[in-house]
Ligand binder design. Structure first.
Ligand code: ATP
Ligand code: MG
Ligand code: MG
Length: 376
């Protein structure tokens, strides 16, 4: 069998390796943390992501290279492409590392994003806030995640402070119109090196403190919106010449329709529901796509709600797992627990997730509500 090298050894790499191992592939991950989540189930090279020598070793040990985060150092990406086979290339990384480049690429594939402006000074911000009205959202172009690196401007009085705070990051800034969405959705599309494209059913995502809390599938949206969201994601996958997965985050309002928020060129937290609820998981699909295998069937087998397990949820979850789960029986649901093997259960740290398979998403939501694990 061939060996797949992963730049990064977090939970996404771990689940990719678990899935791909079942298909006969070997995995080696490069990650600076000893005994990283992926290193526990695959081989690991312990070194910094931007360590050229370690990256060269990864390349030499791998037949195919992929990554599990988007902030791959450009020099490392170029070197890996020279030394090994990186089907995803470096252009997709270059595009998705920067919000302005990403938005332009989405628009170039004929898909709408929330109205935005590049901001290079406090005066430009003033003009932008004037044009979009309040609230509006100022974001750093690079490096943001979990809502870090952004500021919701609620009044003109905040302009100077918002500008000064975010400009400190030293990257370009982008101002976005505030979209009054009814739902946040995501669609994961896969495009194989052969050009075949398939999309997974849209997930309805609920965030708490800017961290994903729930993904509800099927999303509680009209069928037409579901189809359109999948269509837009497929279009972006084609337009950007994706190999592997692309996760497309969207806003939907009944009044104005769909806008793309942002992209992630990798498996996505909101796609973890596919592990038991779809005929093919996002991780298997990613391996298929980068290895040029025919893509798997993405049909949904059952309604599902994925709930993230953060540091503060681990203890109550383990207690529940040790006992017969009466609530699960009462609601007729099957909670499938996934833990990532991380040691320190720090508050808000992503430690795992539970896919609650159910007859309906309402029953799964009721179970999650009744378990008292996710109240904090
Ligand atoms: P992630 O962890 O998903 O990478 P991020 O830090 O890159 O997050 P975004 O996804 O851009 O940030 O924004 C975080 C959240 O803020 C969104 O999920 C959405 O709830 C809200 N948000 C962002 N931009 C807008 C907007 N233009 N209008 C309304 N809400 C927004
Ligand atoms: Mg993001
Ligand atoms: Mg996001």
């Amino acid at each position: 069998g061939s060996t797949i090298g992963i730049l990064g050894g977090g939970q996404l790499g771990r689940m990719m390796a678990l899935s791909g191992s079942a298909m006969g592939y070997r995995f080696v991950a490069l990650d600076p943390t000893e005994d990283a989540p992926c290193g526990q189930v695959a081989e690991q090279i312990v070194a910094a992501y931007n360590d050229r020598e370690a990256a060269r070793e990864l390349a030499q040990r791998s037949d195919v290279i992929t990554y599990e985060f988007e902030n791959v150092d450009a020099g490392v990406a170029a070197m890996l492409m020279e030394e090994s086979y990186v089907p995803q290339g470096s252009e997709l990384l270059y595009t998705t590392q920067h919000r302005l480049r990403e938005k332009r690429a989405i628009e170039a594939s004929g898909v709408r994003v929330a109205p935005y402006r590049e901001i290079a000074s406090a005066d430009e911000l003033r003009a932008g806030v004037e044009a979009f009205g309040t609230p509006c959202v100022l974001k750093t172009a690079t490096g943001g995640y979990d809502g870090k690196g952004q500021w919701v401007i609620r009044s003109a009085a905040e302009i100077d402070e918002a500008y000064e705070t975010l400009a400190k990051a030293g990257t370009e800034l982008v101002l976005e119109q505030f979209i009054r969405f009814d739902k946040e959705l995501s669609v994961i599309a896969a495009r194989s090196t052969t050009g075949e494209v398939k999309t997974f059913p849209a997930a309805e995502n609920i965030h708490v403190d800017n961290i994903l809390h729930l993904s509800i599938v099927p999303a509680r949206i009209p069928d037409g919106v579901q189809r359109e969201a999948e269509h837009l994601a497929a279009r972006i996958a084609e337009g950007l010449g994706v190999a592997g997965l692309i996760a497309v985050e969207l806003f939907w309002s009944e009044k104005d329709g769909l806008y793309v928020n942002e992209l992630a060129p990798r498996p996505h937290n909101s796609g973890h529901y596919t592990m038991e609820a779809c005929r093919t998981s996002q991780f298997e699909q990613h391996v298929r796509a980068i290895c040029g295998l025919p893509l798997g069937d993405t049909s949904l087998l059952t309604p599902v709600v994925m709930v993230n397990v953060l540091g503060q949820h681990v203890e109550p979850l383990l207690e529940r797992m040790a006992q017969p789960d009466e609530a699960a029986k009462a609601h007729g649901v099957a909670p499938k627990v996934h833990l990532y093997g991380k040691q320190d259960a720090v508050h808000k740290r992503k430690m795992g997730h539970v896919n609650v398979l159910a007859e309906s998403t309402d029953k799964a939501l009721q179970y999650i509500e009744d378990t008292n694990i996710w109240k904090v």
